[in-house]
Design a protein around this ligand. Structure first.
Ligand code: MN
Length: 228
């Protein structure tokens, strides 16, 4: 039986579902009302937290930057609870873009609320079209799970080409995690929990590459860890 991969609801589900399917998993899209966190833990094998709108800065104790205009307290609360419960149960977690930011906030970290006005950089972190356009490289930490999974795709030993659609990023890293990829401007592009079975976040959108497969090893590693 393929492992059931819970996907928190978002506006761009098909690429996440197809990426999970092609990695051998059985995607199941959750809904906030019908899938309380305890039920997800009892009926699923892994949790994918997808991309989307900004996390409400109130959840990490900050006032709201003017560029943060679209938040959902209901979505934040559901995903934060899901991350905490899955990590406590050592259920595998793959967190993508907003998902990585949610994971960091859930475990006590903070975010950069607006990269363009708060970080000095000449990289483009917000290329919207096409979704798989290469925006910048990331340098992957040798010895990390990400480096191990992506070893066939790394150039010059530690470099990956990625897309990028975010105006926020991880600021103070949550306790228990390591940074496992950074952009050349220092922006945190991946994080992993040090002792969990599988708990990995990426700031880019690997799900947009299912047609060409560049990031299939990442989804395969996640699905494999979710196979009990
Ligand atoms: Mn980026």
């Amino acid at each position: 039986m393929p492992p059931v991969i819970a996907i928190a609801p978002c506006r761009t589900l098909p690429d996440y579902e197809e990426s999970v399917r092609r990695a051998g998993g059985n995607p199941r899209v959750l809904d906030w009302a019908g899938d309380p966190v305890a039920r997800v833990l009892a009926t699923c094998d892994g949790v994918l937290i997808p991309g989307g709108i900004d996390v409400n800065p109130a959840s990490y104790g900050q006032g709201v930057h003017p560029t943060v205009t679209d938040v959902s307290d209901e979505r934040d609360a559901y995903e934060i609870a899901l991350v905490r419960a899955a990590l406590a149960a050592d259920m595998p977690i793959l967190a993508i873009c907003r998902g990585m930011q949610v994971m960091n906030v859930a475990m006590g970290g903070t975010l950069v609320q607006d990269i363009p006005s708060q970080i000095e950089s000449d990289l483009k972190h917000a290329i919207v079209n096409p979704k798989n356009a290469i925006a910048h490289v990331v340098w992957v930490t040798p010895g990390s799970r990400l480096a191990e999974l992506m070893r066939e795709e790394l150039s010059e030993g530690d470099t990956l080409q990625v897309n990028s659609r975010h105006h926020q990023s991880v600021s103070r890293l949550a306790e228990g995690f390591d940074v496992t990829a950074t952009a050349p401007d220092g922006i945190i592009e991946a994080m992993e929990h040090r002792s969990a079975r599988f708990c990995l976040g990426v700031q880019w959108h690997p799900e947009n590459f299912w047609r060409t497969g560049e990031f299939r090893p990442l989804f395969e590693g996640f699905v494999a860890a979710s196979t009990t």
